[in-house]
Design a protein around this ligand. Sequence first.
Ligand code: CTP
Ligand code: CA
Length: 226
Amino acid sequence: LAGRKAPGSLAGRRVLVTSGPTHEPIDPVRYLANRSSGRQGHAIAAAAAAAGAAVTLVSGPVSIPDPVGVSVVRVETAREMLAAVEAALPADLAVFAAAVADFRPAEARAAKIKKDGSGPPPLALTENPDILATVAGLTAGRPRLVVGFAAETDTVIDYARAKIARKGCDLIVANDVSPEGGVMGGASNTVHLVARDGSVETWPTLDKDEVARRLVAHFARTLCAP
Ligand code: CTP
Ligand code: CA
């Protein structure tokens, strides 16, 4: 058994986690953003470090503290997040928990937009790069396990199954973020693990730290499988 890792251990593994929202500038004082506290992604980074991994956390703007024992790279925009992710590779496991803004203003104005009495200015948007799909699609240096998240407000599992195929990742952690559930910014989460073969494992509602520990144990077992 020499060299065998204990089940649940990530000793010797490199892990990359994205977390938080991205901010996409409109002008020097305004931005577009997604709603995300970063709590789930940060908890996963902390749990992976506690399991022995060398962890890089690429985080958008959040108001929570850096997790202990993790190397943190702070970014603002989706394009910065992609560049930081590419710089942090290679990794054995990559977990994309960030709520990346799908669109950004086509042009960030250099000067503050002023009201001039003629009504709101038009805001042209352009699509951001898909960081998860980019990494999942790497032909050289793809992490062995690529995990996406899906925050949905309806038909959570159907959307997750479609997303896993579209993005080319190995697993999607799907959750229902309907406003009545209190997941957004809250302390607990109800997740469904949707695998590439379409199988689904639904967990009870758990504290986000406990979700993170169980996810990390699940990832460690998957990486140990032949
Ligand atoms: N993601 C990403 N880069 C993007 C958009 C999303 O890395 N530009 C990642 C998220 O971190 C998450 C997964 O992709 O792990 C799914 O994000 P989601 O917003 O649910 O998927 P989209 O493909 O953007 O679809 P939609 O928002 O239309 O549901
Ligand atoms: Ca999206």
